[in-house]
Structures are given as C-alpha cells and as structure tokens.
Design a protein around this ligand. Sequence first.
Ligand SMILES: NC(=O)c1ccc[n+]([C@@H]2O[C@H](COP(=O)([O-])OP(=O)(O)OC[C@H]3O[C@@H](n4cnc5c(N)ncnc54)[C@H](O)[C@@H]3O)[C@@H](O)[C@H]2O)c1
Length: 466
Amino acid sequence: MSEPIRILLFGAGERGARVYGEYALKHLDEIQFVAVAEPNPIRCKKLAEAHHIPPELQFESWQDALKGGKMANAVINATQDEMHHESTIPALQAGYDVLLEKPIATTLSETLHIIQTAEDLGRLLMVAHVLRYTGLFQKVKQIIDSGRLGQIINISHSENVSYFHMAHSYVRGDWRSIRDSAPMIIAKCCHDLDLLYWFLGEKCIQLSSMGNLRHFRPENAPPGAPMRCTDGCPAAEECPFFAPRIYIENYPIKAAVSKAPNPLISMIGKLSLEHAQLLKNISKVFPTLKILTEYSGWPRNYLTEQPKSDQAVMNALRVGPYGRCVYHCDNDVVDHQVVNMTFESGITATLTMHGHGFEGGRTLRVDGSRATLLGKFSYSEAWLEVHDHASLNGERFTFPSEVNQTAGHGGGDAGLMASFVKAMRGEVEPLTSARDSLESHLMGFAAEASRLGNQTVAMDKFRTNL
Ligand SMILES: NC(=O)c1ccc[n+]([C@@H]2O[C@H](COP(=O)([O-])OP(=O)(O)OC[C@H]3O[C@@H](n4cnc5c(N)ncnc54)[C@H](O)[C@@H]3O)[C@@H](O)[C@H]2O)c1
C-alpha cells in the first residue's frame, strides 16, 4: 500500500481549498495536505483546521514556505495567474514536483522558462487542464480515435462564457486586465486549445485570430448609470449585470437550475425565481433545498469570507470591485475572439470565445467523412450525439453536468487529482504534462499576436522565433 502523497499548498482560495482541498479530504489514502501558504488569515486557518495542519506548517506566503527545508513531496500551486511563474520556479528548484493551475504563466517567455526548468531538474510538472479528465471529452477523443467519424475534416468549438461569468471574472474581477492576467484567449481558452490539440494528436501549423472588447465600455452605459450599481442605477430593473441581482438574489444560478433537463430540478429552479418565500418555507422540511435558497457558492463566495450573509455580500458590493458598473470598470481584455486554425494533416478548426452566453458552457461539432459528432458541456447539461452519414443510426451519450454539484468540471477536477497522485507514484504518464500543455499556450499566444498584428501566423516560424 503506497504512502499518501504529501502536499504543500500555495493559495487556499477557490481552487486550492474548495476543489483540491476537498478532494484530499475525501481521499486521504491518496493525498494529504500537510502544509499551506496563504496570506488571507481566515482562509489559511480554515484550510489548516480542515486538514489538521499545525501552526509551524502554516505560512503567510509561498515565499515564507520555501524559506524552510522541503516539507512535502509536491506543491499544488493554486495562486493567481500572475504569480505562477515567480512561485513555481523556486518550488521546482527547492526539489518539489508541482501540480500547477492554468494558465502556466501570463507570458510566453515565462511559460517556456517554467517548462524548461522542470525538465532540466527532472521534476514532474502537471498542468490543471481539467477538461482532459472529463468523461465527455474523453469520449470525444475515443470516438475520433475509433475512426467512426471517418477522416476528420473540421472542428467547430465554442466556449460560450455566460454573461454573468464574463462580468464577474473578465470585467469586474481578477482576469479583467492583461496587466494582471494573461490574454483572455489563454486565461479562458487554454483548456479549449489544449482539447483541439489532444483530440487531433497533431500540431497547428497556421492560425489567424480576430476579436476585441465590444460591449463593456463606457459608451454603452445606460443613461445616468453611476460608477457603482449600489449607488442607485436608473437601469437596475432591466440591466442583466445589476450586481445585487447577480450576487444577492443569485438570479443567474437560479435561472441555470431552472433550465436543468431533470424536471424536478428545473421545477425547483423555477420556484426559487417565482415563489422564493414558498421554497424557503419548503426548505425547512427538505434542507437539501437550502443549497439554492441559501446559496453561498461561486460567484458569491468570491466577494466575502461570509458568503451566507446577504449583509456581508452587500457591504462588499458597496466598496469592492464586484459592485462596480460593468460599463465603468478598468477592464481591457476582449469580450469575444475567434481563432481559425489549420493542423498538420489539413484539418481545419475554429474556436469561438465570447462572454455573452445566456448560460455558460462549451458546444462542439466534429465533422468527418463518415459521421458528425455534436456535443454540449454546460452548467445544466452534458451530452454527445453521433449522426452517421450513411444511415439514420445515431447515438446519444449523457454525462454528469455542473448542476449536480458532485462533479466539478464534469468530473475533471477529481480526474486530474487522481491522475496526479498516480503520476507522483510513477503508475501513469501524466495526461497533461507541461510539455504537452505548452502547445495550447503556443497557439494562444500566437492567436493574440495574430489579433493584435492583424495577420495570419505560421506556427513553425512562431516556434522558431521563441
Ligand atoms: N483549472 C481550472 O479549470 C480553473 C478554474 C478556475 C481558476 N483556475 C485558476 O486557478 C488559479 C487560482 O484561481 P482561484 O479562483 O482559486 O483564485 P483565488 O483568488 O480564490 O485563490 C488564490 C489564492 O492565492 C492566495 N495568495 C495570494 N498571494 C499569495 C502568496 N504570496 N502565497 C500564497 N498564496 C497567495 C490568495 O490569497 C488566494 O486565496 C488561477 O490561476 C486561475 O486561473 C483554474
């Protein structure tokens, strides 16, 4: 029986504590968090208590944690994008293997430096491209590899970011500015570029990209809109971005639940929108309903350490970044971008990324010489359909979606952690090794160069000019 993998965690935030931390607590025979570096004292204490980490192994920063000797087998680095490079390099040099959140880094040179350092030191470096570990995308890969679709001709893939996720992360939040994060095509879609490369098992040879920030700009502000939603906005009723509706009423979450394919779940969602008090009363008898009537998850839990308290959330809206009018923020990342690609064998693919979806989720279509594969991977549903050309035969596959809370990223979060443990034990080759994950970042940075330079990029030249 192998020993559990001992982890030093960098960043006990949404990913570090709620996703990876919760996996460890359910799989203590596989992995144990033995030390934590987190400057937010409430988050640090909460994580340390949950994982029984003693005070001497609690650090205010990754810098402090690396001052002492090696205290674990590996580091899970779940700090923010702009911190990945400066924290991963010394962790690798200190002898740690690393599971690193995406994107690898916010610039191409830092991305290459991290990968080269890991290879030079012979460290395991895995990247959290969780979508490769989901049942749905593994099925897509399997169907493509099986030849059932015939010769692959074209892939149309869309990352439809919901309007409220866009407003939360890329207009008001941590990924709003290229200064602090990577270009959005990397920060949001390195997953999708990674999937296209993985599905086809061949490199992109040429791409072009276009996109811009079209909507979240001052000139689109409703007349009389103040700098902050909480300052009394004349457009509060009809504006989909009105912060109290998103964060206090939890309207987007309730709306998404009301669209769930499961009739009981969708009925509960509709009740929460149309008869909130009635559902609150029913939740006294059926406490499970409190997940919705007392919702305190993402994105609400980003605003305060007391996400259950409406008062605490409202205070955060009055003074913090998430109560700002989406037309009066310091955002500069795009809100839509398209990437057209040609791969080595001549297969073409398009990636569409936009931040104006009624719900969040990925849609894809793979057309082959023998059949077409259609797919949807969203908050409320996840399915694939194969339609054979030569017959009316079709096949439908359904998978767990986000709405059933048990499967973060459709099971990808747990799949990544399980694979990391096996890779640390030398039982498997990592599915998302750093070198393999580099390809998606190369395509992303090339797409951004194409967008900004208004030109098609030949990837072989782009690679050699690195
Ligand atoms: N794989 C995925 O699907 C996925 C999904 C969401 C986010 N992410 C990525 O995960 C990373 C973390 O995102 P998040 O949503 O958890 O952010 P977060 O802000 O909730 O967590 C980051 C944590 O790092 C802490 N931190 C700040 N300075 C530190 C320091 N010097 N030392 C140690 N910790 C420090 C912060 O206090 C915070 O708690 C980001 O890079 C993001 O892009 C990946």
